[in-house]
Design a protein around this ligand. Structure first.
Ligand SMILES: [Zn+2]
Length: 293
């Protein structure tokens, strides 16, 4: 088991510990398949809602919060039945704008794993305004169910009344919709991963597609796609998307060996400087940029 889960795991009820023990290996991918969820429910007698709440401390254990020491965990339930972990992330030496919220982490995790829509988000603290707006970019719209400990089930519409979103700007392709921008994918594995991430990015407001791919010492690659928001500020940069996957896979954000950013040199928005600055704060001094074609 990854050391970060040990304390949260020790506090779980014994039947749940027994059901989770074989799954929480060193290479646990921070999501459960529908089949695994069904098996855990059968073994523990918990229903889906009870089980998801019980798993929140494990998601929160993935937080990287050197600034706040405030661990937020989120779980995104996909239409496919998969349950994806998410947790907040902060980066010492970068700006506050570079931080990632737990809901953004869970949503982006589901998206980059190929999920096509979300049913529900469960969080251990009430979603901040920023995250309510971020989630309103999803193709589930305000019907997304929000589950909080001790509260009645509600929808995003309940938490974000009179919402402003992509539909107000006549945007038809929403976050988690399948997209293929038709970019040419060539280069070595890391460059291709960055280009493929850009090819799936959600940038309907600027058209400034971008993707980042990060390589670790053991060769593992994590690629993140840019996700814009109708309200602009809750947009998630491609580096953060890649860092979410890296962290949830159990890797250390301070151990990145190589980084590639794919974007057009003449795009209306440019990620390069912000990406390089945050990478530098994480001890990764060089950022290779590849132009989109
Ligand atoms: Zn938030």
């Amino acid at each position: 088991m990854q050391p970060r889960f040990q304390a949260a795991f020790a506090a779980l009820p014994s039947p749940l510990q027994a059901a989770l023990q074989p799954l929480l290996t060193d290479t646990f991918p921070a999501f459960f398949t529908p089949e695994q969820m069904a098996a855990i429910r059968t073994e523990t007698g918990l229903d889906n809602r009870e089980l998801t709440f019980a798993l929140l401390p494990l998601a929160a254990a993935c937080a990287v919060a050197p600034l706040s020491r405030f661990n937020v965990g989120a779980l995104a339930l996909g239409r496919s039945g998969h349950l994806y972990f998410g947790a907040n992330m902060e980066f010492s030496g970068a700006t506050m704008q570079q931080t990632v919220h737990a809901e953004q982490s869970a949503v982006t995790h589901a998206w980059l794993r190929g999920e096509k829509g979300l049913e529900a988000i469960t969080v251990n603290y009430t979603p901040c305004g920023h995250c309510r707006q971020f989630m309103n970019e999803l193709n589930s719209g305000t019907a997304l169910r929000i589950h909080l400990p001790g509260r009645e089930p509600a929808t995003l519409g309940d938490y974000l009344p009179d919402a402003f979103g992509p539909r107000d700007l006549a945007i038809e392709t929403l976050l988690l919709d399948e997209v293929d921008h038709g970019l040419t994918i060539t280069g070595d594995a890391l460059v291709r991963a960055a280009l493929e991430a850009a090819n799936r990015s959600h940038a309907p407001y600027s058209q400034a597609l971008s993707g980042v791919a990060l390589q670790m010492a053991d060769g593992a690659i994590f690629a993140g796609s840019y996700a814009e928001n109708a309200a602009f500020n809750p947009s998630l940069p491609p580096l953060q998307a890649a860092l979410i996957l890296l962290n949830l896979a159990g890797y250390d954000v301070l151990q990145i060996q190589r980084a590639v950013l794919a974007e057009a040199p003449d795009a209306r928005l440019i990620q390069r400087q912000a990406t390089a600055a945050t990478l530098q704060a994480l001890g990764c001094a060089t950022l290779q940029t590849v132009p989109l074609r």
